[in-house]
Design a protein around this ligand. Structure first.
Ligand code: DAH
Length: 365
């Protein structure tokens, strides 16, 4: 029987080395079939016992069983080893280097002009002004006609204004050229609210007859985007304006001067400045003034810098708001937040604000 036992030993060795050579679980299953499968080597040995005597069958059977168990043990061992190796490889592949520097998240921030608009809103808000928003596509009526701007005014020309679809052939819609239309839009809503008189012809038109009852004063600013066909170092086709309007029964140029000086001091965070009201012309104000500012110290000291247009609201405009100009009077102003931003931060080219270069913009965060 001894040589037969050697056969079994060498079969176990062969099986173990075949399992050892299997590099993947699939290879291992193939190797298993060779030895333990239906027509594998162990099954063959079992079949070979048919011719043996009962005693021989007993001892031979026991020996084959031992060999089979040894082969199965070898198989399980290799299975475990392959599974361990696979786990190790996976862990390795997913390993992270905790010593690497973190990935930076790009930090966003407000655009310098937005920062200026926020400042303007906060300062005027503290002086009791509301903030109104209005459409950037405007009608001829609100942008020009209601603001007493005559038919032949240069601002209405095709090469100054972006006309868009809509409106009528003689009065097409346009991208608003200033925020002044918000004077009318806001005042009309205000007057309707407090006069309790509604107009017949649509929500946007003024009340009629003109209102001369009492109402809270209109105090509002209207910041936003405005458009003109213009492009150089100090002009862009899209720019910002902020309108101001203060209408009441007893509001004067003195009040305008007072709040505008106060605003400039707060905005530029200095008392070291003076304002000058220089006579000018706007169709919607009479009298009109350009507001110039001069710092007494700092890099811009001694220069007069134009910061806003202003004036006492023209009686025709007061009428277009639905108010009786015999009773209501007020003033308006329009300033350029882009220019205020340039002055505040000492930037000399307006285009930098709108080129989207982060090296420039991130300096304001
Ligand atoms: N809308 C004028 C412009 O764009 C600026 C302006 C001037 C606004 C005088 C006003 C004002 O409210 O009273 O040039």
């Amino acid at each position: 029987m001894a040589p037969r036992m050697n056969d079994l030993d060498s079969l176990v060795d062969k099986a173990k080395s075949a399992f050892g050579a299997a590099a993947t679980p699939a290879d291992l299953e193939n190797a298993k079939a060779l030895f333990l499968g239906k027509s594998g080597r162990v099954t063959e040995l079992m079949k070979g016992m048919a011719a043996l005597s009962v005693d021989e069958k007993k001892s031979r059977g026991a020996a084959i069983n031992l060999a089979k168990q040894a082969i199965e043990a070898g198989l399980n061992e290799r299975r475990q080893a392959l599974a361990d190796a696979e786990l190790q490889a996976q862990l390795q592949a997913e390993a992270m280097d905790v010593t690497l520097p973190g990935r930076n998240r790009g930090q966003g921030g407000l655009h310098p002009v937005s920062l200026t608009l926020e400042r303007i809103e906060a300062i005027f808000g503290s002086m009791g002004f509301d903030v109104a928003q209005g459409p950037e596509i405007e009608t001829d009526w609100f942008n020009f006609t209601a603001l007493n701007t005559p038919e032949d005014h240069p601002a209405r020309s095709m090469h100054d204004t972006f006309y868009v679809e809509g409106g009528s052939a003689t009065a097409p819609n346009l991208l608003r050229t200033h925020t002044s239309p918000m004077q009318i839009r806001h005042a009309v809503q205000h007057v309707k609210k407090y006069s309790k008189v509604s107009s017949n012809d649509g929500d946007k038109s003024a009340v009629s007859p003109l209102y001369s009852g009492s109402m809270p004063e209109i105090r509002v600013i209207a910041p936003g985007r405005t458009y003109r066909i213009d492009s150089d170092a100090t002009h862009q086709p899209m720019f910002h304006q902020c309108e101001g309007l203060w209408i009441g029964e007893n509001v004067s140029f003195k009040d305008l001067k007072f709040i505008f000086v106060d605003f400039c001091k707060k905005f530029f965070e200095t008392d070291d400045l003076v304002l000058r009201f220089r006579p000018s012309f706007f169709p919607f104000t009479e009298p009109s003034a350009e507001i110039d500012l001069q710092f007494s110290s700092g890099p811009l000291a001694g220069r007069w810098l134009e910061v806003a247009g202003s004036g006492q609201v023209h009686p025709n405009v007061v009428r277009n708001m639905g108010l009786d100009p015999e009773k209501y009077i007020g003033f308006a102003f329009g300033m350029g937040p882009d220019r205020l931003t340039m002055l505040r931060y000492g930037v000399n080219d307006l285009r930098l604000f709108f080129d989207g270069d982060l090296r420039f913009l991130s300096q304001f965060q």
